[in-house]
Design a binder for this molecule. Sequence first.
Ligand SMILES: Cc1cc2nc3c(=O)[nH]c(=O)nc-3n(C[C@H](O)[C@H](O)[C@H](O)COP(=O)(O)O)c2cc1C
Length: 229
Amino acid sequence: MPEMGLFEAMYSARALRRLKPDPVPEEIITRVLDAAIRAPSAGNAQNWAFIVVRDAAQRRALGAIYRKASDIAAEIYKARGRPAEMSEEQYRRMMSSGAHLWEHMGDAPVLLVPCLRDRTPPPRETLPPSVQAGYAAELAYERQIRGASIYPAVQNIILACRAFGLGTLITTNHIRCEDEVKAVLGLPVDVSTYALMPIGFPEGKFGPLARKPVAEVAYADRWGVAWPS
Ligand SMILES: Cc1cc2nc3c(=O)[nH]c(=O)nc-3n(C[C@H](O)[C@H](O)[C@H](O)COP(=O)(O)O)c2cc1C
């Protein structure tokens, strides 16, 4: 088991998009997945599945879909422009690293696809009238929290990879072409993908992570009241 402080991992697990083609030992990927499944899920349903793609033809197919989906993402980024909190240099680096991945997603030795099986509420008629009246709201609630049953596992994957010296990041561009991804992976209709994570030994270095400071994003008791006070 690699020895690394939790905070060291959290502060240095940056998005690494340039990865070496060297294979990743299977037992390490299994350990990463074993960390992933320690994550919480709504009702502890654990309705997740993790597809580990190593087959070269499968990786190429997913890489081509990611490439296509990224054309759409590129237009969205262009229209949105640089976020105020990022310097020109930080933005340029993120965009050039992102563009590198558009071309090279399929070259990563492992593509990990975290998925979730739909977990719909019980049929309307089985619920008491008071809940039936708000059934549409219940469906909206389910939709809003759905990702919260897989993204904690994704963060565990990021941290476990960091501990093993593996580079990775969360990407979601492929969801713009999700039907094609589902076909490549042979997913059942009620299973959806939530991320596409290239994993491999990194070309570059880990951390540090630049973020807006706590004082800009945290409030005391209500919106707008400074934290720390
Ligand atoms: C929901 C979500 C979707 C993302 N999708 C993509 C993506 O499709 N492609 C990509 O290159 N990076 C993607 N990222 C990675 C972000 O660009 C990255 O986390 C952010 O720039 C911070 O990078 P850093 O941790 O290295 O500072 C995504 C991140 C999140 C949280």
